[in-house]
Design a protein around this ligand. Structure first.
Ligand code: KIV
Ligand code: NA
Length: 270
């Protein structure tokens, strides 16, 4: 049995090797990512890519826990992290701990990711002190879609950049094991990466981050026409699936599938 990459292992990569990370929420994808990724995130982007919701706000703790459990069962090597969904941690550190503990207990994942600026640092501290590793997500935080008025790059003005810089430092000080930097000015991502001792994982951030993460569907052509600027197509799973499905349908309609080879109890002619 392969030993899983642990959170201290990931922390030790800083300055030595890049952390490669993708999202997954179902077993077939998780199984395929396990051999190449250091970390797999059950992102609340599952709400959008998996459930066709317009944003991430409506996915629940139980949905996240169930998807995380599937990903843990389907993998043996990658470190598995789970997003805390909207409304499951912002109310109080106690609420955050209760929901994080439930997600980790149900799924067997190694830790959680939470979106939030300095205001959430006390929650990070509360969880870390009680055995829940926290990856803090700053910059563009999709759960703040209504506050931002859409998904917009963050930290473009000097004041905004300074605020996000302080958010990052606050979570590091509070014991976060790493930082996800999403949709921020490139220079800011570099500045944070240099300033903190914990790994930064970029998504629309900077090549100089300590690692990168993307939504798997975005690199495989599986997220429809909603591809963010920071994603890059690495493969055409959409083409593969479309072709196979069309071929199957054609063979069913033409009576080419199934053949007797696919049937039970067929008497062999001698
Ligand atoms: O929900 C998600 O997929 C994420 C990342 C891509 C960072 O939060
Ligand atoms: Na997320």
């Amino acid at each position: 049995k392969t030993k899983r990459i642990s959170i201290p292992d990931l922390m030790g990569y800083k300055g030595k090797k890049k952390i490669a990370s993708l999202t997954a929420y179902i077993a077939p994808i998780a199984r395929l990512l396990d051999e190449s990724q250091d970390m797999i995130l059950i992102g609340d982007s599952t709400a959008m890519v998996g459930y066709a919701m317009p944003n991430t706000l409506a996915i629940t703790v139980d949905q996240m826990a169930a998807h995380a459990a599937a990903v843990v069962r389907a993998t043996q090597r990658a470190c598995i992290l789970v997003d805390m969904p909207f409304g499951s941690y912002q109310e109080s550190p106690e609420q955050a701990f209760r929901n994080a503990a439930h997600i980790l207990a149900v799924s067997g994942a190694a830790g959680v990711k939470m979106e939030g600026g300095s205001a959430l640092a006390a929650t990070t501290r509360f969880l870390v002190d009680r055995g829940v590793p926290v990856l803090a997500h700053v910059g563009l935080m999709p759960q703040y879609v209504n506050t931002m008025g859409g998904f917009k790059a963050q930290g473009m003005s000097e004041e905004a950049a300074e605020r996000i810089f302080q958010d990052a430092l606050a979570h590091e000080k509070a014991g976060a094991f790493g930082l996800v930097l999403e949709g921020v000015a490139e220079e800011l991502a570099r500045r944070i990466t240099d300033a903190v001792a914990i790994p930064t994982i970029g998504i629309g951030a900077s090549p100089d981050c300590d690692g990168q993460i993307l939504v798997t569907e975005d690199i495989l052509g599986l997220s429809g026409d909603r591809i963010p600027k920071f994603a890059k197509p690495f493969g055409d799973a959409a083409g593969v699936i479309r072709h196979a499905a069309a071929q199957y349908a054609a063979e069913v309609r033409e009576g080419q599938f199934p053949t007797l080879d696919h049937c039970f109890g067929v008497k062999k002619k001698s």
